[in-house]
Each structure stands twice: as C-alpha cells, then as structure tokens.
Design a protein around this ligand. Structure first.
Ligand SMILES: Cc1ncc(COP(=O)(O)O)c(C=O)c1O
Length: 407
C-alpha cells in the first residue's frame, strides 16, 4: 500500500458551474417555488425516460407515499416488497395505515425473488395485498416480467377481484437508484408507476427531490393534486398570469410535497449530463470487476443491461477471510476509503421487529447478504487515481486477511 493515505468519501455529488448558473438564474427570476423550471424538468424527464407523465416532488419518499395513495392503498392493506431496502420503501405503507409484506431476495441480484413472491401471494395475507413494490437495488433490474406473471395468475387475480371482490394488484417501482438514461431497460416506467430519487448521492441529484413517472393520466392527476395540499389548481397557475384569479378550492386533504424551481433547475442540468455520468460509473464498475476478478474472497456484483450502476456492492466470502465484514470496513476506513452497507434489512430493524414480531432468520438471504456486503465508492467525479487507490486498499486488506480455500 502506498505510504500516502488518501481520503476518498463513499459518495460525492458531481455539480459544476452549469448547476451554479441555473440556480442563479432562478434566484434572479423572482420565482423560487414550483413553476416553469419544475414543469420543464418534468417534460424533459418524461421524454428521456420515455413515459407520458412525470410529476416532480420533494423526495422519492413523497413519491412512494403519493403513488401508493393514488393506487388506492388503504388502512389494513398489504404492500409486498423485499426487506432489503432503505427505510422509505416500507415506512410509506405505515403513513396510510397499511403494512409491508416482506418477501426474501434473490441472493444473486439482491432484488425481490419472484418465486418467493408467488409463494407469499398464495398465503393468508395475500388477499389484502394491493401493490407489489420492487426496488431495483443499485439500478439492477428486478424481474419485472416474472412479477407481472405472478400477479396475473388466475388464482391470484381472482382472489383480488378483476373477477373477484377487490381491485387488482398494482406495481409501484422503487426506482430511487435508477437513472432515466439507465433505462436502456425502461426501469421506473414498467409498472403502474415508478419513483426516482434526487437525494444528494443519487445518479441525478437536486440535493433533495423525486419524480413519479406513469403512463396513467388519472394517476398522474391524483399525484399532482395531492402533492400540493389537495388544491384544485397549482400555485403557479394562480399567480403567473395577469388577472389570474385568487380563488382556489381544497378538494382533498393533501400534502406539501412539491419541488421548488430552485432545485428543478439543478435537476435539468443533471439530466443533460446523466448519460455521461452513467458511462463513467459503468467504467468504474468494470475497472473494479477486473481488479477483483482473480480473488476468491470477494463475490462481485451481478451486472445486467445498461443500468445506472448507482452502487457497487461487493460481498465478502466468509470462509476465505480471517476478519469480519465490520473489520474489513474499519480497515478500509483507516486507509481513508469511505464505504457503506446496502442494506441493513428492515426486518431486523427494531420498529419492524416490534410491530410485526419478525426474527432475523425469517428472511435468510437478506440477512446473509447484509452480513457480508460492502459498497465501494462509485461516482462520476471519482478520479482514475482514486479508483486505483480504492482497489489497492481493498486488495491489501483482503489479501492480508485471506486464509485460503481450506479453512
Ligand atoms: C431504495 C430507496 N428507496 C427510497 C429512497 C428515498 O429517497 P428520498 O431520499 O429521495 O426520499 C431511498 C433513498 O436513499 C432509497 O435508497
């Protein structure tokens, strides 16, 4: 290892003078909140993602909440999802008095396992499942066709009511890790709705923000209404034209989930750069893959299609190493390499354990993946020198802790 220790953060947003100019332009325009920039961002995003409607929001969490609400999720309903995700994916069910119904992951991809979904939907809680919420971890596609096949099976369809009593099961994609460009495979536009995140470390960032995409005009209208207090006209419409009326009506108890123009302006610049950013992340992922390929103590991430490569999740092979995952991370940290863990599964979080009586081994694949995973830095501004340093740091920690095949 080189004697000069570097500090390489796990994530770093890529922002430049174009974003600065865009913010200045909006500041000087006299209109800061949701207006023409947000409208333009929605239009440009929808075009890039290849979808009819895009609604800009304050976060992906807001989008997941409004998406479930618009899909008719009510108190006592269930939403099927893997526990291998961030808090937001499940907490939004609770906002509506509904419940997450966890389904274990496919250990190959870290995404929801469609066969296990099938088994769960045949179980006792199944009749109250209204939505399946697949999370494309790191931008890697969930098995959307298989998920659709599962919910379209006659015995499941009938128990939900196209021919039975209740509404059919819908699909809301958690596309928080997806870049709309990453949608060589259309991620985020394959379900009834999809939700993207613009949080600080995401493929496109506005600091905080989100976008709900859908082909369903009625659903988009409902989300537009509920994102701004359930008021029947957008604030922008009320003030932008001379002679515009002051009157408005509150037709639902809505939320305050709109995206301000100040942030939308940043998003528009980021969108223009998203193809290039994705290419850079792909290059870094390939570089890491090549550098670790000859080790047998690291399991490399599955790569499929033209995806966002938002995360690079390594898994340690416990039988080959003398140290734990936490020690591995601590030693990388001493060498100045920032890492993270994606994810601490929700079923081992105190709230979900307490509320639903869950135990760690209820979802063994999610638990095992969590115990041995390490996410490495992967972002457009990571320099060639930095990625080389990351590789050398990982190799020096791993090689020193290697205990061979026989142990
Ligand atoms: C999988 C997943 N879903 C949802 C969210 C929530 O996104 P936001 O911070 O934009 O609300 C995140 C954020 O990190 C996430 O990783």
């Amino acid at each position: 290892m080189s004697p000069t220790i570097r500090t390489i953060p796990f994530a770093r947003p890529s922002l430049g003078t174009d974003e600065e100019q865009a913010v200045l332009r909006v500041m000087r325009s006299g209109w800061l909140t949701t207006g023409s920039e947000a409208e333009a961002f929605e239009r440009e995003f929808a075009e890039l993602a290849g979808v009819e409607h895009a609604v800009a929001l304050s976060s992906a969490t807001a989008g997941l909440h409004l998406g479930l609400e618009a899909l008719g999720v009510q108190e006592g309903d269930f939403v099927a999802m893997s526990p291998y995700t961030f808090a937001a994916t499940a907490e939004v069910t609770r906002y509506l008095g509904a419940h997450p119904l966890f389904v274990d992951i496919d250990p190959e991809t870290l995404n929801i396992d469609a066969r296990k979904l099938d088994a769960v939907l045949t179980g006792s809680a199944a009749a109250r499942v209204r939505v399946v919420l697949p999370v494309h971890i790191g931008g890697l596609p969930c098995p959307m066709r298989e998920i659709r096949q599962v919910i379209d099976q006659p015995h499941i369809r009938d128990s939900h009511g196209r021919n039975g009593s209740g509404p059919p099961i819908s699909i809301l994609e958690d596309a928080a890790h997806v870049s709309p460009t990453g949608s060589g495979c259309g991620l985020g536009t394959l379900g009834d709705a999809g939700v993207f995140s613009f949080y600080a470390n995401k493929p496109i960032t506005t600091g905080e923000g989100g976008m709900l995409c859908t082909r369903n005009a009625e659903l988009a209208e409902r989300v537009r209404l509920m994102r701004l207090h359930g008021i029947d006209r957008q604030v922008w419409d009320r003030y932008r034209s001379v002679g515009a009326g002051w009157r408005y009506e509150v037709v639902e108890a809505g939320y305050k989930y709109n995206m301000p123009d100040l942030l939308a302006a940043i998003g528009r610049v980021q969108l223009r750069r998203s193809e290039e950013s994705q290419r850079r992340r792909y290059d870094i992922a390939m570089y890491y893959n090549k550098a670790f390929d000859d080790t047998d103590y690291l399991r490399l991430p599955t790569m499929k299609g033209n995806t966002s490569h938002h995360l690079y999740v390594l898994r340690l092979v416990p039988q080959r190493l003398k140290i734990t995952r936490d020690e591995f991370i601590a030693q990388l940290s001493e060498l100045g390499v920032g890492t993270s863990v994606h994810y601490i599964p929700l079923h081992i979080m105190p709230y979900y354990q307490r509320r639903y009586g869950l135990r760690p081994n209820d979802f063994p694949e999610a638990l095992r993946a969590f115990e041995w995973c390490v996410s490495l830095p992967i972002y457009p501004d990571l320099t060639d020198e930095e990625r080389e340093y990351v590789v050398r740091a990982v190799r020096s920690v791993g090689d020193a802790a290697y205990q061979g095949k026989g142990a």
